[in-house]
Write a protein that binds this ligand. Structure first.
Ligand SMILES: [Zn+2]
Length: 316
């Protein structure tokens, strides 16, 4: 599914992108010339296998590297939150981490010349699933976002756009954030002041990323946070929906599964977010430098880490 038009320039799932490009990439038939020293365009020199992933890089990646630990943490969090387990016999998700932004842009130009340049994307065709991204100070966040798409694709299959992105936004922060996305939570009050009203049925009608605005991403995240954290009936409805989607992509939409009004309870949930217990005093991993703004030029100052943004959200 094309996710290339988001103004936020989020990493995106490209589940139905032409497959020939991926095959060419995996064949390693292209190389970076000149200053890149003829390295393969797609890194294959080193591989780390962890859970359902095989992570490929040009330089050696330690088995306990931060990005590997984030993949492991994500798998546990998705299992504990959604009850989704990946079949150990499933084909591994291939994760290619290119050296840097320049290499990644070169790669995109070679294989996806029609795409706006992105920080990362997920591509799936049948049982083959691939994530492409590059080393940056936003790698862990990007990996968690794309790996969520991959886990959902392996464990459930195709799921509706709003839910796929809402869950990816929910899980992209470190586990200690417990699904709270401080940027989304911080902007929704302004959306409300501007006249926005949540409308789950409208979100469910969206079919392509070109229809999704940044606010739709925020709303998708908000619905997922509400459904998973406000009460047992809501969470049961979401888990039941995911279970039914595994059997059929035409499963009854979740808006038809929730009893009573949903808009007001969801807004009330958003209003309580600042009271959500989160271990903000947890030891901060200095290697986790998670960021979520649009891509900046390399010379841009570094953004605050995810946990710093969380602390700012709670005013602590
Ligand atoms: Zn996405």
């Amino acid at each position: 599914m094309d996710r290339i038009a988001s103004p936020r320039q989020r990493p995106h799932r490209l589940a139905r992108w032409p497959w020939f490009a991926l095959l060419g990439a995996l064949a390693g038939c292209a190389t970076l010339g000149g200053a890149q020293g003829g390295k393969p365009l797609v890194p294959t020199a080193f591989q780390v296998r962890t859970g359902p992933y095989v992570v490929c890089t040009n330089d050696k990646l330690d088995a306990d590297a931060p990005v590997v630990r984030q993949l492991q943490s994500l798998e546990v969090q998705v299992r504990e939150t959604l009850g989704l387990r990946v079949d150990p016999g499933a084909s591994p998700v291939e994760v290619y981490i290119l050296d840097d932004r320049r290499s990644f842009e070169h790669f995109l130009t070679f294989y996806y010349p029609d795409l706006p340049h992105r920080r990362a994307f997920f591509l799936a065709n049948g049982n083959q699933r691939v994530i492409y991204t590059f080393f940056s100070d936003r790698l862990e966040e990007d990996i968690r976002h794309e790996a969520t798409h991959a886990l959902l694709h392996v464990a459930v299959g195709d799921i509706p756009l709003w839910l796929d992105e809402g869950l990816a936004e929910y899980f992209e922060g470190p586990a200690e954030a417990k699904g709270l996305n401080p940027e989304h939570a911080g902007r929704l009050p302004g959306d409300l002041a501007g006249g926005w009203k949540p409308d789950l049925a409208r979100l469910e009608s969206l079919r392509t990323v070109r229809q999704m605005t940044p606010r739709d991403y925020r709303e998708s995240w908000a619905w997922v946070h509400y459904l998973l954290n406000d009460g047992r009936p809501q969470k049961a409805a979401l888990l039941g929906y995911l279970s039914d989607l595994r059997a059929s992509a035409q499963a009854r939409p979740i808006s038809g599964r929730l009893e009573g009004p949903t808009c007001e309870p969801m807004l009330a949930h958003l209003g309580k977010l600042r009271e959500t217990p989160i271990a903000l005093d947890a030891p901060r991993d200095p290697t986790v430098r998670l960021q979520s703004a649009p891509a900046e030029p390399p010379s841009s100052p570094k953004r605050r880490g995810f946990l710093t943004r969380l602390r700012d959200f709670f005013g602590s």
